[in-house]
Design a protein around this ligand. Structure first.
Ligand SMILES: Nc1ncnc2c1ncn2[C@@H]1O[C@H](COP(=O)(O)OP(=O)(O)OP(=O)(O)O)[C@@H](O)[C@H]1O
Length: 623
């Protein structure tokens, strides 16, 4: 056996190491991968994968399952449903794997494409490639520039030229290994080559060179792959058959159920048939009964005919009677007609009366209508007048409103003017108070000038029953002169002259007496003390003058009541500026005893006073 002298590593069997073998195997696998990539590029022109794509790079392209689904749909249109929405989801891969299982083709596990070994994935791709080109094989998709291999003829030609397989050079073996020409070779041929190499090795009694061993290994791998692919295919087909069998079994069961149902239906139909037979017999019996009924009805008909003839006779007699009755009725109708004509005449008379009445009523209603129209006109004129009045009222209201506004304006102006006036009045009032004080001062000075002690004399008229001739009064002067006569005296002593501030005649009224004391009483309000003292013998008229005979009559009030009344009136009129406290004390001196006349208890009336100060004290009592 001739070996190429320049070979290193792959030359010969003895000096080769494991590293070299592995690199050689890697070259073979890369070659297979590039072949698949080349096929994928041919199937999907947009893919454009480089031929030196690694397994991991290919995994990245295949992991979303789109390429698998697209290729399978090219192979069998519509065989797999593609989910375009899931970019990296396993949906497409799962759909693809399911479709492959259904079609009985070998596939891989989901974990293989995700992170496992790529060999099952590549084997699956290879299967697909085979499915596309069962005759022409995968090389039809390869680059046309690459060499097409026909291994059996190549081997045959090598064998013919060099005599045995062991004499194959490294370059030739490498070229054989690089190519994918095993795909074109049948399994039987591969076994043939294998046996021949082994037979040759036995004949030669020599070990197989390493390069040939590699070739053998590749052939064995190819055979193994094919066997495993077949086994998987068979397994999948077996699964498919089982699925179909189950489907058929279920169909058989359904058909059996259907057949059972049909049998039950047959039983029902038979029952129905029997029932119909029973019904038929019943109907036959009924028919017989009805025939009998017909006979009886015929008999009955004969009877009825007889009866009808009898009824006809009767009808004839009745008709005759009816005709007689009609004649009677006609005669009656004639009579009624005459009567009705008479009535009609009466009604016509009534109608003419009624029409007259209607005419009267119509004329009455027309007069009424005319009156209503007049009334309507008058109401309308009244309403118009009212509207006019209303309008006038509205105008008046508007003018009143204007007046009110104007008055309000003038009122505010007047108010302001009055304010100014009031201010003037306030100033004047202040002046008035000062003038009043001055006036008061002058008034009291006048009272002083008139005299602090004034003595008045009042002459009581005769009491009823007394003679007026017994009077001693001779003369009453206007300036307080009083001349009294005493007949018991002689000469000039007969007449006696008295002088008072004023003498009131018997005719003087209570008011005249009070008017002279009024100024003195009023000076009390300016802080002066006043005492009114009534003096006289019993029955001379002190009580009459001071209190009055009858309190119910204002005319007869005495000095006391008149003085109090006057003081209260003045204090009331000055209440806005001055508040007065008025006190009253009324005493009586009788038999040199002073008595309080306002004490109710008569035992307590005596006044506790010393005799020497009595007169002075009484004079200074405020009234
Ligand atoms: N001016 C008068 N006009 C009419 N009647 C008078 C007048 N004055 C007194 N009289 C009458 O005289 C009578 C005696 O008067 P009055 O009682 O006032 O006297 P008096 O002085 O009070 O007596 P006494 O001291 O006893 O009480 C009474 O009936 C009274 O009505």
């Amino acid at each position: 056996m001739k070996e190429s002298g320049t070979a290193n590593g792959l030359h010969g069997t003895h000096d080769i190491n494991i590293e070299q073998i592995e690199s050689f195997e890697g070259m073979i696998r890369d070659d297979r991968l590039s072949s698949l990539v080349d096929w994928l590029n041919a199937m999907l022109p947009d893919l454009r994968l480089p031929l030196d794509t690694t397994e991991e790079e290919l995994r990245g392209c295949l992991i979303d399952g789109t390429i698998f689904c697209t290729i399978l749909n090219k192979l069998h249109p519509g065989s797999v449903e593609m989910d375009c929405g899931s970019e990296y989801g396993p949906t497409n891969v799962k759909n693809f794997l399911t479709a492959m299982d259904e079609m009985g083709l070998p596939s891989f596990e989901l974990s293989d494409i995700e992170q496992g070994h790529m060999i099952p994935v590549l084997e699956c791709l290879k299967t697909l490639r085979l499915c596309f080109n069962p005759n022409d094989e995968a090389n039809s998709f390869q680059n046309p520039s690459r060499k097409r291999w026909s291994l059996s003829s190549e081997f045959e030609s090598i064998k013919l030229k060099q005599g045995c397989y062991a004499d194959l050079s490294d370059a030739t073996v490498l070229e054989l290994m690089k190519s994918s020409s095993f795909d074109n070779v049948s399994t039987q041929s591969l076994f043939g080559i294998l046996y021949r190499i082994m037979d040759e090795s036995i004949e030669r009694k020599k070990d197989v060179p390493h390069r040939v061993a590699c070739l053998l290994r590749k052939i064995v791998e190819e055979i193994e792959w094919r066997v495993s692919t077949r086994a998987k295919n068979l397994k999948n087909q077996n699964k498919l058959f089982r699925a179909r069998e189950e489907k058929y079994q279920s169909r058989i069961r359904a058909l059996e159920t259907l057949a059972k149902g049909t049998m039950e239906e047959n039983v029902v139909v038979l029952n129905h048939l029997q029932h119909m037979k029973f019904e038929k017999s019943k109907l036959e019996e009924k028919g017989k009964a009805e025939e009998q009924d017909v006979l009886e009805l015929k008999k009955e008909k004969v009877q009825k005919d007889l009866e009808i003839s009898r009824l006809r006779e009767e009808l004839e007699s009745r008709r005759k009677m009816h005709e007689v009755h009609c004649l009677q009725l006609e005669a009656q109708a004639e009579d009624n007609k005459v009567l009705l004509e008479n009535k009609l005449k009466e009604l016509e008379c009534l109608l003419s009366d009624s029409s007259k009445k209607v005419d009267e009523l119509q004329s009455f209603s027309e007069s009424k209508q005319k009156r209503w129209k007049d009334m309507e006109r008058s109401y309308q004129s009244f309403i118009d007048q009212q509207f006019g009045v209303l309008k006038e009222l509205r105008d008046a209201t508007k003018s009143v409103k204007r007046e009110v506004l104007k008055t309000r304006k003038s009122y505010s102006e007047d108010f302001n003017f009055l304010g100014i006036k009031l201010k003037g009045l306030v100033d004047a009032a202040e002046n008035y108070h000062s003038v009043l004080a001055e006036n008061r001062r002058l008034y009291n000075e006048v009272q002083d000038l008139k005299g602090n002690i004034r003595v008045y004399c009042r002459i009581r008229p005769f009491l009823p029953g007394k003679s007026k001739k017994q009077t001693v009064i001779e003369y009453i002067g206007e300036n307080g002169e009083l001349v009294v006569s005493n007949p018991s005296k002689q000469g000039k002593d007969i007449h006696r002259l008295f002088k008072f501030n004023k003498v009131f005649s018997p005719a003087a009224t209570q008011e005249e007496v009070f008017l002279d004391t009024q100024p003195l009483i009023r000076s009390v309000l300016d802080g002066y003390n006043v005492c009114i003292f009534a003096y006289g013998q019993t029955g001379s008229g002190k009580t009459y003058t001071m209190s009055g005979p009858n309190l119910s009559s204002k005319e007869e009030w005495g000095v006391n009541y008149r003085a109090l009344n006057d003081l209260f009136q003045i204090s009331q009129s000055r209440r806005s500026s001055i508040v007065y406290d008025v006190g009253v004390q009324m005493v009586e001196i009788y038999n040199e005893q002073v008595r309080d006349l306002l004490v109710v208890d008569s035992s307590q009336r005596r006044y506790p006073l010393f005799q020497s100060f009595e007169f002075y004290f009484l004079c200074s009592l405020p009234y």
